[in-house]
Write a protein that binds this ligand. Structure first.
Ligand SMILES: CC(C)(COP(=O)(O)OP(=O)(O)OC[C@H]1O[C@@H](n2cnc3c(N)ncnc32)[C@H](O)[C@@H]1OP(=O)(O)O)[C@@H](O)C(=O)NCCC(=O)NCCS
Length: 152
């Protein structure tokens, strides 16, 4: 069963059938965090995530958010964007409300994300810098998509 919210004439939906993966890829391949990401990588990520789209009344997708989760203890929020012409209308906040109120994402022990400059957005929804950053580790390969492009 899909869930839909309305905001300022836009629809926020978790229905995978409504997603425009081509549009998501077109944005992400130019983003600072996923520059050059291959289409197949986006398609696979979308398929295995809980995705939220923001749509105009014509069904055009203008915003996106993706959640990677075990639906019990943990979630990771990724790839949040709103197309430039639709910014400043509260759409990212509507996406965040849809994410955080989603029935499959309740009762989690930890919800994490990474951001370069949108801390002020996420702070409005309770996200804080990790209290003990020294307890977290990661494997980060920022050039992985560039290598994939070069090798293809
Ligand atoms: C960030 C982004 C999703 C915001 O979308 P939006 O629909 O225009 O944002 P909203 O209208 O819902 O408002 C966002 C709120 O967060 C705040 N904010 C904090 N940091 C921000 C940032 N870097 N960019 C935009 N808003 C920011 C705004 O001031 C606003 O708060 P307010 O309404 O209380 O004044 C959009 O600018 C975007 O797609 N940017 C490029 C991609 C990106 O950086 N995504 C985030 C990756 S972590």
């Amino acid at each position: 069963m899909s869930h839909e919210h309305r905001h300022n004439g836009y629809a926020i939906s978790d229905d995978p059938a409504r997603l425009d993966v081509g549009a998501v890829h077109a944005f992400l391949r130019r983003s600072y965090w996923a520059e050059g990401i291959p289409y197949e990588t986006v398609a696979r990520a979308v398929k295995h995530s809980l995705c939220f789209g923001a749509y105009t009344t014509d069904g055009i997708q203008v915003g996106f958010a993706r959640v990677v989760s075990d639906y019990a203890t943990y979630s990771w929020l990724a790839d949040v964007y709103v197309l430039e012409e639709h910014r400043g209308r509260g759409l990212s906040k509507a996406l965040m409300r849809a994410v955080l109120s989603h029935p499959r994402l309740q009762g989690l022990r930890r919800f994490q994300l990474g951001t370069r400059d949108a801390h002020g957005l996420y702070a409005q929804f309770g996200f804080k810098p990790p209290l003990f950053p020294d307890r977290f580790m990661e494997i980060h390969d920022p050039d992985v998509y560039k290598r994939a492009e070069r090798d293809s």
